[in-house]
Design a protein around this ligand. Structure first.
Ligand SMILES: *Cc1c(COP(=O)(O)O)cnc(C)c1O
Length: 361
């Protein structure tokens, strides 16, 4: 039976990458050792790391005035690292609250600075969860930066606008949306993403930061979180997660081969449209997010008869559709359909949803 993995993260990887990993596992580039066994200081890895960086630069069109750092500690590590690197103790910053992850970043920042939370969530006249457009965000004059999350992975709610605040440093948590669509990097001071959603295995965190911000460390902070140290050592201050970095590189090559960001963006729009259109066409399932804010990556929905949710999940697994359970704070169903989820996976899911509705509706 064909299995489709809708897990939110760690999430699906392309079959061809898994097969390639298996095939090369013991022999890295026809040498008699595994990628797991080589030094990050060896010529093999240093050469490889340069190619990985170049491929990511090409894919996202990252200008030379930005550094790319391959860090650890996940996106949550960055929740601490950002205020520690960019602010003096108790300086102010604006934290946009659009859902679980952006609020979590605000809570963490409270330990290190004076973050001000700006709530942009509201229910529109049809009771759909909506996010205020940027022009209505109440930004503070004395905030050093604005932090926001363009895709809330748990709720499946997104901000598609490009930042409009030209005199502020903008920081974006792109964990669940990086590489899914074009990003205008120049609008940001920094963007970051943990790898396990749309890049590769868990363990790697990618930071893209404008060089002038790297110089501004104002307080004594842990070295492994220090952007200046990470930049100077080419992300090899301590032993990096070699394997995750390696797989991320394979993923970048895969994405290039598939035609790059514009191609994958079109595919992502199509995949999510198929699923939302089906959900909207029936009374049996419903989505609670305002159309303008619907995520392309994490599609959340509920069953009209809530008690059927558990049966839905059980039967879905029997048909090879895994990882559809909504986050426990949110409930319902969540289909995470990152770059690596083929269109066929969406077709299978819709087919199952139709069957389930017919049987229980
Ligand atoms: C998953 C996720 C995180 C947390 O990532 P970790 O790597 O577990 O720290 C933060 N923000 C967003 C948007 C996420 O999707």
């Amino acid at each position: 039976m064909k299995i489709y993995n809708f897990n939110p993260g760690p999430s699906v990887l392309p079959k061809e990458i898994l097969l390639k990993l298996q095939k090369n596992f013991q022999n890295y580039k026809n040498n008699n050792f595994s990628i797991l066994e080589i030094s990050h200081r060896s010529k093999y890895f240093i050469n490889y790391a340069e190619i990985v960086e170049k491929d990511l630069r090409d894919l996202l069109n990252i200008p030379q005035e930005y550094n790319i750092l391959f860090s650890q500690g996940g996106a949550r590590g960055q929740f601490s690292a950002i205020p520690l690197n960019l602010l003096k103790k108790y300086e102010k910053a604006d934290y946009i609250n659009s859902g679980f992850w952006s609020y979590a970043s605000f809570l963490e920042a409270k330990k290190f600075c004076h973050p001000k939370v700006i709530n942009i969530k509201y229910l529109n006249n049809k009771n759909y969860q909506s996010l205020k457009p940027m022009k209505d965000w109440k930004i503070h004059l004395d905030s050093k930066y604005i932090h926001y999350c363009p895709n809330e992975t748990i709720e499946g709610i997104s901000i598609f606008e490009e930042p409009i605040f030209s005199n502020k440093i903008i920081i974006g948590d792109f964990s669940s949306t990086i590489l899914s669509k074009k990003i205008n990097i120049k609008k940001y001071g920094m963007i970051y993403a943990s790898a396990q959603k749309n890049i590769g295995p868990a363990g790697l965190t990618i930071i893209i930061i404008r060089k002038d911000l790297v110089l501004k460390t104002k307080q004594k902070i842990p070295s492994i979180l220090n952007y200046k140290i990470l930049s100077k050592t080419k992300s090899m201050f301590n032993t990096p997660p070699i394997f995750c970095w390696y797989v991320a590189g394979l993923m970048f090559k895969w994405l290039k081969k598939k035609g790059g960001i514009l191609k994958i963006e079109k595919k992502n729009i199509l995949k999510s449209k198929m699923l939302y259109e089906y959900i909207d066409s029936t009374e049996f399932y419903y989505n609670l997010v305002n159309i303008q804010n619907r995520s392309l990556m994490n599609i959340t929905f509920f069953l009209k008869i809530n008690t059927l949710t558990i049966i839905f999940l059980k039967k879905a697994e029997k048909k090879g559709l895994y990882g559809l359970k909504g986050h426990f704070i949110h409930g319902g169903i969540r289909a995470s359909i990152y770059n690596s989820m083929p269109k066929k996976g969406i077709i299978s899911l819709i087919k199952f949803m139709k069957y389930f509705e017919k049987k229980f509706g």
